[in-house]
Design a binder for this molecule. Structure first.
Ligand code: GDP
Length: 424
């Protein structure tokens, strides 16, 4: 069976922990989009890890971990992350990389940086890992596929074309050093040797695995609101964050994705710029940030403080719908135990009218939150494993959210550790 695990919000919903848990029951774990621009935090017996590019199944001996064709493949990052695991006592994981995945080049990172500099204050809050220039090149058909590393003559011709085009921009728009064909060819030769042991025809491999009834987990990065089509464009990421894209970015039949676990955070947080209707500020935000996640809400990749807000039912219901959620997992609920009252954003007021539907970015800019206030439970629920043992007000909060989401909440995460979970 194929399961997808994806985020309903702005990312950082705690997918890492749940992916790690679902990974235990999986034979194969596949990354199908994004690159090393976001991070999953996983706490297990080996310690605490931030994974950026490797699939979350890398801690298990029984799983095959796959980087699908939809991923922005950063080869040095993969090598470094693999080494980082081995150095900390994790057995070397089984890894396959799609021969159709495209490669993040050093110049993608540079273009990201140069463009942010050029835009100065008007930037998109990119993590500067080259993701936007990478996907731009992919769709402009000047990207480099893994398979192309193995045909040196054709590759050189392509690289010459790339340099001719990019050097115009580097020289005249950014006033930066130009690219050199031989240097890039050397880099690519190095990448070829590094990635060679893992290269695989992934869609053929997965087709066979589906036929054999293997459990396959598609691991999403970021969340619905960062999707380039359905999210808060243009403050989005450059590849689709939706479960539906799992079929494309892994190369499996869309109808095989039977279970879509959509992770919803019990409050809101976001990194980078963009519309965020239920955002809170000042001391109120600082306190939630300090108590949030596992040791504070700071970006796993960048260390940037996350923007904080109350639970947004409008955005989360939309986030679940656009994912095609078959179930929801509510996370980091334990963090909210200190609050006397919990505001929940149940509507957006736009031009004097209240809506429950998540609008386009144009309208979102004018939206004001409409809150309903729920009573707090004022206790530590971390580690409770039975739903009925949760304080009444806590259950009320969960059931209120479930009604708003219109999706069953089957798991409630009440702590960063693996066993801190309630199944319903
Ligand atoms: P992802 O991008 O969705 O994978 O989000 P991360 O897993 O990187 O970020 C979530 C943060 O919250 C990490 O520091 C996790 O260890 C932590 N976390 C996950 N689930 C829970 C939970 O239920 N309670 C608490 N307190 N922390 C959690």
């Amino acid at each position: 069976m194929v399961t997808a695990i994806v985020g309903a919000n702005w990312g950082d919903e705690g997918k890492g922990k749940l992916t790690d848990m679902l990974g235990e029951e999986s034979d194969i774990i596949v990354r199908f989009q994004g690159g090393s621009n976001a991070g999953h935090t996983i706490v297990n017996d080996y310690g605490k890890f931030a994974l950026h590019i490797l699939p979350s199944g890398v801690f298990y001996g029984h799983t095959t971990n796959i980087i699908g064709n939809g991923v922005a493949l950063n080869i040095p990052d993969i090598v470094e992350e693999l080494q980082g695991l081995v150095d900390r006592g994790v057995p070397k994981p089984r890894l396959l990389v799609s021969d159709r995945a495209q490669i993040v080049m050093p110049y993608h990172k540079l273009f990201d940086q140069y463009e942010e500099e050029r835009l100065a204050g008007k930037s998109f809050g990119s993590t500067k890992s080259g993701i936007a220039p990478f996907y731009s090149d992919k769709y402009a058909k000047v990207g480099i596929q893994v398979s192309e590393l193995f045909d040196e003559d054709a590759l050189r011709e392509k690289v010459e074309g790339i340099c001719a085009q990019k050097n115009v921009l580097l020289k005249h728009l950014y006033h930066k050093p130009e690219l050199d064909v031989s240097e890039l060819m050397e880099t690519l030769a190095d990448y070829r040797e590094k990635i060679r042991p893992y290269v695989c025809d992934v869609s053929a491999y997965l087709f066979q695995a589906v036929k054999e009834g293997k459990n396959i987990l598609l691991e999403g990065q970021l969340g619905s609101l960062k999707d380039p089509d359905h999210g808060i464009y243009p403050m989005v990421t450059s590849s689709s964050t939706l479960a539906g894209y799992g079929a494309v970015g892994a190369g499996i039949p869309p109808y095989e994705i039977k279970r879509i676990v959509t992770v919803v955070k019990a409050y809101s947080s976001a990194v980078g710029a963009g519309e965020f209707v239920s955002e809170i500020f000042g001391e109120e935000a600082d306190e939630l940030r300090r108590r949030g996640g596992d040791g504070g809400e700071f970006g796993a990749t960048t260390g940037r403080p996350r923007r904080m807000g109350w639970f947004d039912a409008v955005a989360s219901r939309y986030g679940c719908r656009i994912q095609g959620a078959t179930e929801a997992a509510l996370t980091v609920l334990d963090v909210l135990g200190y609050l006397d009252e919990l505001p929940v954003c149940v509507g957006y007021e736009i031009d004097g009218k209240v809506t429950r539907d998540f609008p386009t970015t144009t309208e979102l800019k004018r939206a004001k939150p409409v809150y309903e206030i729920l009573p707090g439970w004022k206790s530590d629920i971390c580690g409770i494993t039975e739903y009925s043992k949760l304080p009444e007000n806590c259950r009320r909060y969960i059931e209120f959210i479930e009604k708003e989401l219109e999706v069953p909440i089957k798991m409630v995460s009440n702590g960063p550790k693996r066993h801190e979970i309630i199944y319903r």
